[in-house]
Design a protein around this ligand. Structure first.
Ligand code: KG4
Ligand code: ZN
Length: 363
């Protein structure tokens, strides 16, 4: 069967078409189109929900058209429509959900509501890049800008949420710490690139909740510790924020830094990246061992982090279990993962019953 996936939970507008035959094999990607309003949000220093939704309204139809064009398919040739219903920004979700409903009604096709978090997980079930076949039971680490969760999957339909962050997500910690240094969203790739030239042992940062006997995470204390370190060790290049309520922000001028200041910046980034990764890895491997799973999968924007995937890949090799991470383009938000999740969780419902749910979480 061929499924059109639609993703509009945050600032991206995605449309993709997959082809699938059996739930025992990964799906084939026929097209995957993504329009981002990131440039608009960089200007405002973050996502303004109304701005994101208005932008999505203008690009949703061209994005879907392009997905059909790239797959060389006519609209009536698809068998179902899968759409993200939550969690996410209400205005953005509504754009995708209402569009999907309209297509479902006009084409008389079934519509499958998809939880965005399961969507991230199913980025691991898309064929390509010599992806290994995932064997159940598996542990899924969902690690993105908004979420950090550990899920035990006994099968496609039997899943148990083990724990998640009590405050900030891991990606949010990367993003906010990058902001403290004066860098724009997304902060994860920037911290990681700067950290490559640094010494991860240079600064002591906490590994929050590492000793706790649950599968929860916490990243807000780490963020505060990083703020304090930055204030003590890094020459803040600050300027007054014009035309706002006042206050200060840091502007990054790497060229104005001396060599030793640059090294401090690199060391701070390397130490932060290592602290976040150690925290994620410790709980993930505890879950892998406790539930004696046959595979480990990671997903979400932060799973694009090379250090994280290398550490977990090596640990899985030692434990003799399968490790899977999506290719970088499928780690961050996209519609291919939504179409794939729609296939494995094939629960079509009448289009009249589909509603957006910004607060949706794991069942
Ligand atoms: O999954 P995603 O696109 O959006 C959400 O659903 O949140 O994830 C975005 C997050 C951002 O926090 C970004 O900084 C982080 O993923 N990210 C990374 C890397 N690439 C993206 N974090 C660490 N290392 C990376 N290479
Ligand atoms: Zn996401």
């Amino acid at each position: 069967m061929k499924i059109l996936g639609i993703e509009t939970s945050c600032d991206e507008t995605g449309a993709a078409i997959i082809e699938a035959t059996t739930t025992d094999a990964p799906v084939t990607l026929l097209s995957n189109v993504l329009a981002s309003s990131l440039a608009l949000h960089v200007k405002t220093g973050g996502i303004i929900p109304e701005v994101a939704a208005r932008e999505q309204l203008t690009c949703i139809i061209p994005t879907i058209d392009e997905a059909f064009e790239k797959a060389a398919l006519k609209k009536e040739e698809i068998d179902a429509i899968a759409v993200t219903v939550g969690p996410g920004l209400i205005g953005s979700l509504l754009v995708g959900v209402e569009t999907a409903k309209t297509f479902a009604y006009a084409l008389s096709k079934p519509i499958i509501p998809v939880n965005h978090l399961f969507g991230h997980i199913y980025a691991n079930w898309i064929a390509g890049n010599n992806a290994p076949a995932i064997v159940f039971p598996t542990i899924a680490l969902v690690v993105s800008g908004g979420h950090t969760d550990l899920v035990l999957m006994k099968s496609h339909t039997e899943t148990i949420w083990l724990g998640g962050t009590r405050d900030d997500a891991a990606g949010e910690c990367f993003d906010k710490c990058a902001r403290l240094l004066g860098y724009d969203y997304p902060g994860g790739p920037k911290i990681s690139a700067l950290g490559e030239k640094g010494n991860a042992q240079a600064f002591a940062l906490p590994r929050p909740m590492q000793g706790s006997k649950d599968y929860d995470f916490s990243f807000s204390g780490l963020k505060t510790a990083f703020l304090n370190l930055t204030k003590q060790n890094f020459p803040l290049l600050r300027r007054e924020i014009p035309n706002t309520k006042g206050g200060w922000e840091q502007i990054m001028q790497e060229d104005a830094l001396s060599d030793s200041e640059k090294q401090t910046l690199f060391d701070l980034c390397a130490s932060l990246e290592k602290a976040i990764i150690d925290t994620l890895v410790a709980k993930t491997l505890t879950a892998v061992k406790e539930y004696q799973v046959k595979s480990l999968i990671i997903c979400g924007g932060v799973s694009a982090n090379k250090q994280l995937s290398n550490v977990l890949k090596d640990a899985c090799a030692t434990l003799n279990i399968i490790f899977s991470a999506p290719p970088p383009l499928l780690c961050t938000d996209n519609a291919a993962m939504i179409a794939a999740a729609g296939f494995y969780h094939h629960k079509a419902i009448p289009w009249q019953e589909i509603t957006a749910d910004p607060e949706l979480y794991f069942d």
